[in-house]
Design a protein around this ligand. Structure first.
Ligand code: MD6
Ligand code: FE
Length: 215
């Protein structure tokens, strides 16, 4: 694995702590965006974009794909799955470049080495949003989440441990990485509606990749 891919990067101040345990590393993967998009596309041909239904019965505006472990939502809530319930096959493996990025980002953010087992990929078309939520379906909250933004910019909303706590608004741009864990791991967060636009590499979308330890 080529972990040193990510070592030739500028030093702080691009590293911004937005809350205890939540760090934005601005531009961390900008130089590797094309390779990351190729990895995303290699997953999407195997796990085509889909709009999930929330446990409350709404269709999400964000389109999703995944690898490592999969993601299901139904009236019982959200669950990770090792296999595709449609054909019984394991979901595709997480591409090496995403494993390397997750490890290097977690290390540089101060969380130590990180070996994720699930990778969720979100595609936001203009107008798509993700309402405030907690990431609480993983088994182990001691592991951080590494989150990569590509393409159109967005405003990340970041709150506290209660849904109605005050939220901060953090602009995320192409190439930014957020690493998130420790005391922030269960904080509410969301993405405001993505504005119309065009990105030369990604087109009229925002792509978000989150690497997690689900089991
Ligand atoms: C997004 N991200 O940025 C959605 N969750 O499109 C998330 O919901 C998220 O960025 C947990 C940790 C980091 C994240
Ligand atoms: Fe989340």
């Amino acid at each position: 694995m080529t972990i040193d891919l990510f070592e030739d990067l500028p030093q702080p101040p691009w590293r911004e702590e937005i809350a205890p345990g939540a760090v934005v590393m601005h531009g961390f993967v900008r130089e590797h965006a094309a390779a990351l998009l190729a990895a995303v596309n290699s997953v999407v041909v195997q796990v085509p974009w889909r709009h999930m239904t929330t446990p409350g019965g709404f269709t999400m505006s964000v389109a999703m794909s995944w690898c490592g472990n999969g993601w299901n939502s139904d009236s019982n809530g959200y669950r990770y799955s090792q296999r595709d319930p449609g054909n019984g096959k394991q979901w595709p493996a997480i591409p090496d470049i995403l494993m390397a990025l997750a490890d290097e980002a977690a290390l540089q953010a101060g969380f130590g080495h990180f070996v994720p087992d699930a990778c969720l990929i979100n595609r936001y078309d203009p107008g798509s949003r993700l309402s405030l939520h907690q990431d609480k379906d993983e088994c182990d909250f001691t592991a951080p989440i590494v989150s990569v933004s590509l393409g159109l910019p967005a405003i990340f909303q970041f709150g506290g441990l209660q849904r109605n706590d005050k939220t901060k608004r953090i602009p995320l741009a192409h190439g930014d990485v957020v690493v998130w864990g420790g005391p922030s791991r269960l904080c509410y967060h969301g993405i405001m509606p993505v504005k119309e636009g065009y990105h030369s590499l990604v087109g009229s979308h925002r792509i978000n990749i989150t690497l997690r330890k689900a089991f």
